[in-house]
Design a protein around this ligand. Sequence first.
Ligand SMILES: [Zn+2]
Length: 148
Amino acid sequence: MSDTVVKIIPTDPYRRIDGQEIQRVMAYLQSKIKADKLEVVSNETPLFIDCGDSLETIQCPYCGETLDFDWWHGRMDAAYGTAFRDLSVKLPCCGRESSLNDLAYDFPCGFSCDAFHILNPWAELREEDLKQLQELLGISVRAVYAHI
Ligand SMILES: [Zn+2]
């Protein structure tokens, strides 16, 4: 049987979540979300928070062009060389500057140092929960769904 992990991450890949914020968010999740497990995963530098096997397409956030996976892998390798501190890319379609974090991943992916992992939530996460988390943290967050 496969597992689902919902990862809640700051939209800004460099925004760290401090101890107090972690406590606030964990208290909220523990009171509202039924799941097999709740945990925080932290790293000094941003990590690629992927959706597992569900990544089907990546598109340019400006012109909507579908981006080639070979191009993307090359850009990921280059960014990995900076420990994902530099995520900037020049898009091959329209030539605009963007970030690997801002490409239109389907299903959604992102980059972050800190992530809240919700393992096998018993019910789907509601918009309202995401809004509450954004308010608790005072930042915008993104939910990444991964099947593992
Ligand atoms: Zn483009």
